[in-house]
Design a binder for this molecule. Structure first.
Ligand SMILES: Cc1cc2nc3c(=O)[nH]c(=O)nc-3n(C[C@H](O)[C@H](O)[C@H](O)COP(=O)(O)OP(=O)(O)OC[C@H]3O[C@@H](n4cnc5c(N)ncnc54)[C@H](O)[C@@H]3O)c2cc1C
Ligand code: SF4
Length: 479
């Protein structure tokens, strides 16, 4: 695969980034791609590993060495065929995936040297769209079976596309006004511009998938009614219950869950009128509680709104600067210090911080109080480390606790110990009801959501064609 010895000749070249000072002036994507000719050299770095590990690192099992080789040989139209074999939406993963494949690349044994797989993935699919190589693939015949997919995030969309291509009639019920789930309304345009999502939705619609937007299943229509209209139902509603902060002052104005803010910002960028009570960062001291992707996206939005200052605090202690071989040896995903794109644009961060209070005046938050902690569970506070900082907008980005209950309750779906839909081989405890994505596995990643959607579609297809009962229901029935 690739060119023998290519990795000795060509150094790894990362995706170029727009200058942070320039990019915070707009909402366009901040990541660029190398020119195609240079990407071919990057593809050539993929060596003939006896046993490649990259595709084990990739949850989708993408055939990475194969398409790296095709890129090196300038056979891009074949590369997209290979890529689509395992991934319905490479334009999402090529932009958003943290690339566990690169952490597992054999060249990564020399840390920081992996093949730039994610960038090549994005370039293959972007070129394919530009060249018109991606078209609708409606099924030749219909099976006469119908499936409801509740939720149009990457899990629901991947599931819908796979099932529809197998000839089943698929209806996607979505409570938002447009499709894409968190990729559309959580993740900002500067990570993925929304025409990228829209283009894929148009492909699904052209293939025959029906979209019903603005339908909150469980509220606008009973989930049982949806179940009665279709042969099978897939719950792909995401993990949307946010973890809350239980400290004095939580009720003050100016303290919001991250997704409240991010939804508003994404809608604003899409041209919607501002809501009656907009959440704004302009001119404010912003504190983001939580150090993950959600927190980073809040920071990025706050920069673009010209916040006066942005501080990100994290409960956990600071990770080591490099892969700790005794904790996460290659080819595992390394626990190490990473600096988000958003912090490269400005702002401060601090680790091992336990918030103790939010304080304010006239009902509005003005400051945050915290103590330093030991950095590891149970996060013992360290006496004498009290601090107080200005905080006029506090955004809670501390993770998600599982799916919202309405749909699961109405369909009488059992939960697992973490509160997610319990599903064995994607079949829940209710016959004909399946679950995929964050609703099943808990808060996760786009790449896992696509993988779950694809595998769930196979399970639904098998069930529909065999007419079998749910394995969980069977197990329950047999005691
Ligand atoms: C701010 C943020 C940034 C992120 N950044 C990244 C990133 O950079 N890279 C990455 O890999 N992952 C990222 N993630 C995680 C990733 O977005 C999710 O793991 C992924 O979107 C999960 O897909 P899903 O389809 O399971 O659920 P979701 O994307 O949450 O989609 C669920 C859909 O179901 C709909 N829905 C829910 N309930 C109902 C109902 N009752 N009736 C009708 N519709 C309903 C919702 O409106 C939504 O459209 C991020 C997450 C957040 C919050
Ligand atoms: S989906 Fe993610 S892990 Fe898989 S090849 Fe693409 S970047 Fe790598």
């Amino acid at each position: 695969m690739g060119k023998i010895g290519g990795f000795l000749k060509h150094a790894r070249e990362e995706s170029p980034e727009r200058d942070p000072r320039e990019r915070i002036g707009d909402h366009r994507e901040f990541l660029r791609r190398l020119p195609l000719v240079e990407l071919r050299s990057q593809g050539a770095r993929c060596m003939e590993c006896g046993v490649p590990f990259c595709h084990h690192g990739c949850p989708l099992g993408n055939l990475i060495p194969e398409w790296n080789d095709l890129v090196y040989r300038d056979r891009w139209s074949e590369a997209i065929v290979q890529l689509h074999r395992t991934n319905n939406f490479p334009e999402l993963t090529g932009r958003l995936c943290p690339a566990p494949c690169e952490a597992a690349c054999v060249l990564e044994i020399d840390e920081g040297n992996a093949v730039t797989i994610k960038q090549i993935e994005a370039a293959i699919v972007d070129r394919a769209w530009e060249e018109g190589w991606i078209a609708a693939q409606p099924p030749d015949t219909r099976t006469g079976r119908s499936v409801a997919v509740i939720g149009s995030g990457p899990a629901g969309l991947a599931c819908a596309q796979q099932l529809n291509r197998r000839g089943h009639s698929v209806t996607v019920y979505e409570r938002d006004e447009a499709g894409g789930g968190l990729v559309r309304f959580g993740v900002p345009d500067f990570k993925i511009e929304k025409w990228v999502v829209e283009r894929r939705l148009e492909q699904l619609a052209a293939e025959g998938v029906e979209f019903r937007y603005g339908v909150d299943v469980g509220a606008d229509v009973d989930a049982d009614e949806v179940r009665s209209l279709h042969d099978a139902v897939v719950i792909a509603t995401g993990a949307r219950v946010p973890r809350d902060l239980r400290v004095p002052g939580r009720e003050l104005d100016g303290v919001h869950f991250a997704l409240e803010y991010l939804y508003q910002r994404n809608r604003f960028v899409a041209g919607a009128l501002p809501p009656e009570r907009p959440i704004t960062a302009t001119g404010k001291s912003v504190v983001v509680i939580g150090g993950g992707d959600t927190g980073a996206d809040c920071i990025g939005q706050a920069h673009r709104e010209r916040a006066a200052s942005v501080t990100q605090i994290e409960l956990l202690g600071e990770p080591p600067p490099r892969r700790a071989d005794d904790v996460t040896p290659w080819p595992r995903w390394p626990m190490k210090l990473r600096t988000s794109y958003a912090l490269k644009e400005g702002g401060d961060r601090d680790f091992a911080i336990s918030t103790t209070e939010l304080a304010g005046r006239d009902g509005r938050v003005e400051s945050i109080h915290w103590l330093r902690n030991a950095g590891v569970p149970p996060f013992e506070p360290i006496a004498g480390t009290e601090e107080q900082h200005p905080a006029e907008l506090v955004l809670l980005a501390m993770g998600f606790l599982g799916p919202e209950p309405a749909v699961l309750d109405q369909l009488e779906v059992e939960r697992d110990e973490r509160g997610n839909a319990r599903a064995r081989a994607f079949a829940t405890s209710t016959d004909g009801v399946f679950a995929a994505g964050d609703a099943r596995r808990g808060q996760s990643l786009v790449v896992w959501a696509i993988d779950e959607g694809r595998r769930c579609a196979s399970a639904v297809d098998d069930w529909l064609l065999a007419g079998e009962a749910s394995p969980l229901a069977t197990a329950a029935g047999s005691g």
